[in-house]
Design a protein around this ligand. Structure first.
Ligand SMILES: Nc1ncnc2c1ncn2[C@@H]1O[C@H](COP(=O)(O)OP(=O)(O)O)[C@@H](O)[C@H]1O
Ligand SMILES: [Mg+2]
Length: 647
């Protein structure tokens, strides 16, 4: 089994499992399920293998396992594992073990069709008290009290099989480690199970920078108290432990050794943590569960594997990859408006991309490792649902931003487009009347933007009408992708050679959108206090500077608003940049803005450069308007654009 050895801990876990489930499952079913839990569910973990190889291994292990049973009961064991049908049980009345009386719960929970709620008789009392349970037969867990709102499709076959393994693992009190490719739904499965069972799930994202203080707690200054007063503040992990919540330790293998060691005592038989600063020990309540999640090493899961002795504390569950039918089910459930035929092709394209780039490595060697998964599909669907109306679906509209722009070389981009052509080339049923081709367009006026990605300004700022930008398609395509990210509130990483214009592109966009942008230069020595802040001595000059900066932004906003309202009265032509202050209102606006700027310039002198940047831009514009001429280079030349093929 790929070099796996059975430790004493594994054997104890197997026995524990049988002891705790034999009464409900019967001895042979408990025997085989226990072996699956301890040995077979982990197949795939820590070794690179294909799905077919994993399946073959599992089958071999199960065959061997069944041979361990005396022949007359081997069939019973096989039945318990649902061999020959599906590894995961469907709802079937007869198959549920006696103590459970099935009753579907969460009728409102559309994602959990195949999950059963059940009521268990608490036989220790007179049989009246009943505990609420939730799970996939025959594995159930206690229902907590937090409300359920899972938007997760537990009925996709692979997800269901994965969920089944996790539910089986939950029968033991050990922490559970989920490993699987990015995007298979490790984090969201735990969240969904937690939500469905009414447990609050606390997610802690670990990284190389995580430290134990974040998790367990530390002494912090007390707000409002005299200087030097410190009080203990629980970290996220300790708080969750005390409250008996579920905890996800996400990206577990990225955490430094010290963090792992600090958590050790909560993860093994001691099930408690000692906090030296408080001189107390906290025992893990029975509802407290710990889930570790990590990506496989070979898929960007960090530089190191976890030590075997640490891994051994967990029940390890490999999360099998989603196949096309899972994706179809999940996507149909999430995006009911998008027609099935279209989804089918989009999934085909995404999977073909994954196969050619990741599995076969036909292209895309620059920038590897790649992964195209459900997340990409979800983004694509979100954009389509948000921006388009049926039946005029145009999936191609976002292919550039979502897939093509990610590739690093022209050949790779062509290869992506060719794949797109193969899967969706003939799809688009016809353009929506009046819709433009999804080619980048130059920025021309407030509210318009490259291609199809306008940024709304919700705080009164608009794209500056006279702002001159390079109208090269090379810049506009990434700009469009960037704007899409901002509009959708997705994080974005600009990747490119030194000097390719990454920073300038971000700066340009910030200026176009009129948003202040903070720039932080990261290096290997940057630490979180620089980004998030820390306690420092009170410094009056810093407060003054912050106030001045805030005022600067306000002045810039006001000036811009004045000028824009002036421009509507003068009828400024945003396409040519020409304007003249003919009306009295416009003249008044301009004069107020001028005075405001003059006063601000005086006040802002101590800020030096950096503080008044935005205002100075506006001032330049103002001067240009006063001079009754468009600022240098700011005129938009539609004819030139047409010549350059940008229109
Ligand atoms: N069965 C599913 N039903 C609905 N959404 C899913 C399902 N599996 C995964 N997803 C979605 O896929 C994305 C990636 O899942 P996530 O749990 O973050 O993956 P991982 O933690 O394995 O990297 C999330 O947006 C998640 O909601
Ligand atoms: Mg995750």
């Amino acid at each position: 089994m790929g070099g796996m050895t059975a430790s004493l801990r594994d054997l104890t876990a197997w026995v524990d499992f049988q002891n705790s489930t034999a009464h409900a499952l019967g001895p042979y079913a408990a025997f085989v399920h226990g072996a699956c839990l301890v040995f077979i569910d982990a197949i795939g973990l820590s070794v690179a293998s294909s799905r077919a190889v994993r399946e073959a291994r599992r089958t071999r292990c199960i065959e061997r396992l069944l041979q361990l049973l005396p022949p007359p009961v081997a069939a019973e064991g096989a039945r318990a594992l649902h061999l020959g049908t599906d590894t995961v049980p469907e709802m079937a009345e007869g198959e549920r073990p006696q103590p459970y009386a099935a009753r579907p719960v969460h009728a409102h929970d559309s994602g959990a069709h195949d999950l059963a709620g059940a009521e268990a008789m608490d036989t220790s009392t007179d049989g009246v008290a009943r505990a609420q349970l939730f799970g996939l037969p025959p594995f159930f867990i206690d229902l907590g009290s937090a409300p359920s709102d899972a938007a997760f499709s537990l009925h996709a076959p692979t997800t269901r099989a994965n969920a089944f393994r996790v539910l089986r693992a939950l029968q033991l009190r050990k922490p559970i480690l989920l490993e699987g490719s990015p995007g298979v739904g490790k984090t969201s499965l735990v969240q969904a199970l937690g939500a469905a069972c009414g447990h609050t799930v606390v997610r802690i994202n670990l990284s190389e920078q995580s430290d134990l203080m974040e998790l367990l707690g530390t002494d912090l200054p007390v707000e409002g108290a005299p200087a030097g007063t410190y009080a203990w503040q629980d970290g996220a992990f300790l708080a969750a432990l005390k409250a008996g919540h579920w905890v996800i330790l996400d990206e577990l293998n990225l955490a430094p050794q010290s963090v792992l060691e600090g958590l050790n005592s909560c993860l093994d038989h001691r099930a408690s943590v000692y906090i030296p600063e408080l001189g107390s020990t906290y025992a893990c309540p029975s509802t407290f569960r710990v889930f570790g999640c990590q990506n496989p090493l070979q898929q960007g899961g960090g530089r190191k594997g976890l030590p075997k002795s640490f891994l051994n504390r967990f029940t390890q569950v490999w999360m099998e990859e989603l196949d096309a039918s899972d994706m179809r089910l999940i996507a149909t459930n999430h995006f009911p408006a998008i027609p099935a035929t279209l989804l089918e092709r989009m999934i085909g394209f995404a999977r073909a991309l994954q196969r050619e780039v990741v599995t076969l490595r036909k292209f895309g060697s620059r920038g590897a490792p790649w992964d195209f998964n459900l997340r990409d599909l979800f983004r694509w669907c979100e954009l389509i649902e948000l921006e388009q109306v049926g039946p005029y679906w145009q999936p191609s509209q976002f292919v550039d931003s979502l897939f093509v722009q990610r590739m690093r070389t022209v050949d790779d981009r062509r290869a992506v487009l060719a794949l797109y052509g193969a899967w969706l080339g003939g799809y688009e049923p016809g353009a929506m009347p009046g819709a433009s081709a999804p080619l980048p367009r130059p920025i021309t006026a407030p509210g318009t933007a490259p291609g199809t990605a306008p940024i709304e300004s919700d705080d009164g700022f608009v794209l500056q009408p006279h702002y001159a930008i390079t109208r090269s398609t090379v810049q506009l395509r990434p700009l469009e992708a960037l704007m899409t990210c901002i509009r959708m509130r997705w994080m974005c990483i600009l990747v490119g050679e030194a000097g390719a214009g990454k920073t300038s592109l971000a700066r340009l966009l910030a200026r176009l959108a009129g948003r202040p942008m903070a720039e932080v230069t990261l290096s290997t020595t940057t630490d979180t206090t620089e980004l998030l802040g820390c306690f420092e001595q009170n410094e009056p000059s810093r407060v003054r500077l912050a106030a001045l900066r805030a005022t600067g932004t306000l002045v810039a906003h006001t000036t811009q608003a004045l000028l824009l309202s002036g421009s509507t009265h003068t009828g400024v032509n945003v396409h040519t940049g020409h304007c003249s202050a003919t009306s009295a209102v416009a003249a008044e606006c301009i004069s107020v803005a001028t005075r405001l700027q003059a006063q601000w310039a005086e006040l802002a002198a101590p800020l030096g450069t950096g503080g008044g940047g935005e205002s100075r831009d506006v001032l330049g514009l103002l001067c240009a308007i006063e001079a009754d001429a468009p600022p240098e280079g700011a005129r938009y030349d539609a004819a030139a654009d047409a010549r350059n093929g940008c229109l």
